[in-house]
Write a new protein. Sequence first.
Length: 220
Amino acid sequence: MPQRQSKLNQTAPTITLELLQRVEADNNLTQRSLAQELGIALGLANTYLKLCVKKGFIKIKQAPANRYVYYLTPKGFAEKSRLTSEYFSQSFQFFRMARSDMAAVFKLCMANGYKRVAMHGLTDLAEIALLCATEADISIVAIVDKDSLKISYAEVPIVKTLKEDTCDVIVITDLGDPQAAYNRLLATYPKVPLLAPNFLKVNTSVNRNTLGQDVEGKPL
């Protein structure tokens, strides 16, 4: 499944939730394996683990061979439940906001005659965009993602680079650093219009002359 956000951009509650989930699933894990599973530095994993112990979410017991066993406390189970509920609430808000903004982007595409759309970034936003695309008179021709090992997603080709003549517009669906992605694409594909959903807060003013109007269809 596409990732909602980069590991580097995870919030403290998200890391805490994943840590509690990992401890519940395997109380024999090590700090190193925990760091690898969370996708964060060993020192950061150790910091979060100590914080959870201090808050009473996790209890540590020493095991043979200088190993440690980690247990969730009743307080830890309650915190995991609370964070899970909060996560799904935020996920629903994300879906509603992303769907609304992507619908506006595709409306702008149709207004400008952009029928062949390429997306940059295989993320949850790209997945939502694919759903919105079925309601618009456009075609998603490719998803650009240099880090993905997949060759396609939902029958859409995943490519490392894009040929300019294969699309009419590129839509930013990168959630890690959308502004940096926009700037790179602007330099790499200067002749291809670029669009981004409003909630990503990408500064597209440098390319306004190419687009002619903003995502809501208003003249710039």
